[in-house]
Structure formats: C-alpha cells, structure tokens
Ligand binder design. Structure first.
Ligand code: PMM
Length: 284
C-alpha cells in the first residue's frame, strides 16, 4: 500500500488506505452538483469532510458526468481557487481534480498537494510538460475521451487487459515527458467509458492493475454501476443518495485488496471500512 513520492509526511506515512473526500464545486456533477453554490459553503463542506475522516479533500470545478460538456479554464479557476485557498488556509490537505495544466499549476502554487487528472494527461497537451517541471504527486486516470462521447467508447474485448495496457501507455508517456513515475498513482476510472460489467471486471482483478507497480486509487462512490446493482424491482437504478452503503463495501474490499486510496462522497463509512480492512489484513 505504498503511496506516491512527494506527498506531505502526514499523508505519506499512513498505514492504511487513504480516504479522499469529494468536493465538487460545479452546478452539475451527478451527485453533489450545486450543493455548495458559493466558496464559503464549499470551504465549510471541505472542513466537514476533513473532520469526518477525509485525509485529503479533492476539489473539482468541472463536471465529468456522462454527457457533460467542457467549460473554460477561466471559469474553472474562478470556481476552484477560492475553495483551494480557503481550505489550505485552514490546514486541510487538498488535491485538485482537473484536466488543465493551467488550473493544476495555480492550485499547486496555492498549496494543493496532489493533482488528480481524469484524462491522465490526454486532455491538455500542456499537462505532462508542466508536471515535469514540478514535484507534485499525480493521479493518472484511465480515460478514452471527453464526457460527451465516453458512452460510445465503452467497447472492450478484454476490459482488464485493455485498461491495464492503456494505463501502461500513459506511464510510458509520463516517463518520456520526464515525469518521475514514482510520483504517479493510477486509477481505472470506474464509469468512464465503462458499463457496469466493465467496472466489476476491473474491480475483480485489481492485482492486474497493481502489476504496473504504481499505487492505485479507486472512485466507485455513488456511481451508476452501484445504482444498477441495487436497482429496484421495476429496474430503476437505486438513487445516488442511497448508494453509500454499497460504496462502503467497495471501499472495504478495495482496501483489503491493497489499494492506496479511495475517492468518496460520504467519508465516515469509508473511513470505518478502511480500518476494518486494515485489521482484517493484519490478522490474516
Ligand atoms: N470520478 C469522478 C471525478 N473524478 N477522479 C478520479 N481519480 N477517479 C474517479 O473515479 C473520478 C474522478 C466522477 O465522479 P464525481 O462527479 O462524483 O466526482
């Protein structure tokens, strides 16, 4: 369960799976969009997530829900900067969920300790060259294309092998750009160009992704494949606000499998789940 190089000591020295709390300052994210309409309420929520047990709070200013279209870098900066600054001022470790080097750079300068890029550096040609100029840890997620087209890209022969190979290609690109691979975390990108069976196949074989040698981050929280699993008798997916117990179960199993981090909306259950997984691993 080793972490990426470059984290602050308090996060680098954890002896359990890290819990990343989600703070989307967007009007349209699928689960928490519009819930924190101004910087003050967003900062309060970030402080609450930290108090509830989030080791780090992941701030996102651009929705990646299926079908979402892109916003400008300027708009993204306007949304995230006051929240990053407000949480850093209160001593809360923050990561920035962005596909843009410009946004990552401004947030790291303001004190963000990790960059979480759902495109793995594919959306912005400036991301990898920028990363090579600094020391910040970086999450490279598996991504096949922007949210407005990703549903059409969910075609696989063997999803586990293809996700692993496509992440390996991102590692090659990062290395070629001069980025220290020891700073990189990999994420299979559950729900991104993946239907329910694809997500379960990836979760079932986390060892295959771990064989790439990087720490892993898993983001299952409230996603559609959990809603499908828990569907009502009429086939309607369980609403997202009723998916947290299933998310906690994913956290327990992923932590037991040895992942470095989980990215979740509701922190307490996941925090408990990683403690259960740690105790279970210690005695097995
Ligand atoms: N999922 C979302 C956004 N950012 N980042 C990583 N690393 N992994 C994910 O699975 C991920 C992500 C979409 O979910 P949200 O709208 O609830 O944030």
């Amino acid at each position: 369960m080793h972490g990426p190089r470059g984290l602050p000591p308090a996060l680098a020295e954890l002896d359990r799976t890290l819990v990343m709390g989600i703070l989307n300052v967007t009007p349209d994210s699928f689960s928490d969009g519009g819930r924190w309409p101004d910087a003050r309420s967003a900062v309060e929520q970030g402080v609450r997530l930290h108090a509830d047990g989030a080791d780090i709070v992941d701030i996102g200013g651009e929705s990646t829900r299926p079908g979402a279209s892109r916003i400008s870098g300027h708009e993204e900066l306007d949304r995230v900067m006051p929240v990053v600054e407000g949480l850093v001022a209160q001593g809360v470790p923050v990561s920035i969920d962005t596909m843009r080097a410009e946004v990552a750079d401004a947030c790291v300068t303001a004190g963000a300790v990790l960059v979480n890029d759902v495109s793995g550096g594919r959306a912005d040609p400036g991301m990898l060259p920028w990363l090579a100029t600094c020391e910040v840890p970086y999450v490279a997620m598996h991504w096949r294309g922007p949210s407005d087209v990703m549903e059409d890209l969910a075609t696989y022969g063997d999803v586990v092998t293809e996700v692993r190979d496509e992440l390996a290609a991102r590692l090659d690109a990062l290395g070629a750009a001069g980025v220290d691979i020891a700073r990189v975390v990999l994420d299979p990108g559950l729900g991104f160009a993946k239907r329910s069976p694809h997500n379960w196949a990836v979760l079932r074989d986390l060892d295959s992704l771990a064989s790439l040698g990087c720490p892993l981050l898993i983001g299952a929280s409230r996603k559609r494949f959990l809603g499908d699993l828990l569907a009502h008798d009429d086939g309607e997916p369980r609403p997202f606000e009723e998916r947290d117990a299933a998310g906690d179960a994913v956290t327990a199993l992923a932590a037991f499998a040895g992942v470095w981090g989980v990215r979740v909306h509701e922190v307490r259950g996941s925090r408990d789940a990683v403690l259960v997984a740690r105790a279970w691993r210690e005695t097995s």
